[in-house]
Design a protein around this ligand. Structure first.
Ligand code: SF4
Length: 296
């Protein structure tokens, strides 16, 4: 359930970049879950309160990215643990509000939180040995336009390319929820990236690998062409539905048990709230890029 907060520095982009509206896996999932949630996040671009779990996901992703930048022999658990405090300091510098998650540097909760991040890193090393891998890219920003004109955009945690040219896409999951709960959402996300890679490079990824660090399990999946073509149609239908709602402002709430994780209950009619006036579809200028654009 918990996805890391990705920041503008993740791919060297600068905040303030003006971008054409695009579909990302997170926002597509938002719309499927609740159109009003999509509106709050993608159209109104309302801020949300970051959680410790999100921040931990971000630092763990950052440490793993830094780990693969090290010489192969240095990619050991001890080095990963050494990288953690620096990754947390960098994140606080980029997102100063995250410092408020803890009551100063001596907060015992911070010590426990860092220790839980170390445990996730240890779990990673139980799943694979990074000294045996040489990824083509980490935290890769991808974007492609489908023939239908739908623009797809997102970030892939890691791309491995075998000497034979076969591509594997890897995604680290750091949330505490059992993997069965988030599996359908994660698979949607991985098919999204597989489609973007396929359309960008003309090469169908051979494997999609989800690494669930909290429960030390991996899930590998081999996509096929027919399935990705069907998935492409699904994304086009979602985008059409979003654009239709965008023209009228008719983004309806769709209550579910996932409302418990929604930051917008106070402005949701299902909880007695009133949404702010609809600001209109953000085109041609969608406004500056926000942290929420990077929660894939
Ligand atoms: S509280 Fe539930 S119904 Fe309301 S916007 Fe959030 S997810 Fe949608």
């Amino acid at each position: 359930m918990v996805e890391p907060v990705r920041t503008a520095a993740a791919d060297g982009a600068t905040s303030g970049t003006v971008r054409r509206p695009a579909l990302s896996p997170s926002r597509a999932s938002d719309f499927k879950q609740c159109p009003l949630l999509y509106r709050f996040r993608a159209v109104d671009r309302l801020p949300e309160t970051p959680t410790r779990a999100q921040a931990r996901g971000t630092v763990v992703h950052s440490v793993l990215e830094k780990l693969f930048a090290l010489p192969t022999a240095e990619r050991r658990p001890e080095r990963a643990h050494e990288l953690l405090p620096g990754a947390w300091a960098e994140l606080r510098e980029r997102e100063p509000e995250l410092a408020e998650l803890f009551d100063g540097p001596d907060d015992p909760e911070l010590t426990r939180w860092l220790s839980s991040a170390d445990s996730l890193l240890d779990a990673y090393f139980e799943l694979e040995d990074p000294r045996r891998l040489e990824p083509e890219a980490c935290e890769l920003r991808v974007e492609t336009e489908l023939d239908s004109g739908v623009l797809l955009r997102g970030f892939i945690d890691r791309v491995d390319v075998a000497p034979t040219g076969e591509i594997r896409l890897v995604d680290y999951k750091t949330g505490a929820a059992p993997r069965q709960i988030g599996e359908a959402k994660a698979m949607f996300q991985m098919k999204f990236y597989a489609l973007v890679l396929w359309r960008t490079r003309g090469e169908l990824p051979r494997q999609l690998l989800l690494m669930y660090l909290a429960d030390k399990q991996s899930l590998a999946y081999a996509p096929d062409e027919a399935e990705l073509r069907r998935f492409e149609k699904t994304l086009e239908a979602i985008w059409q539905a979003i654009r239709k709602a965008g023209e009228t402002g008719d983004f309806r709430p769709n209550p579910s048990k996932l409302c418990g994780w929604c930051d917008h209950q106070a402005r949701c009619p299902e909880f007695g709230g009133t949404p702010p006036p609809y600001p209109g579809w953000p085109e041609p200028d969608p406004g500056p890029e926000s942290v929420l654009d990077r929660t894939d």
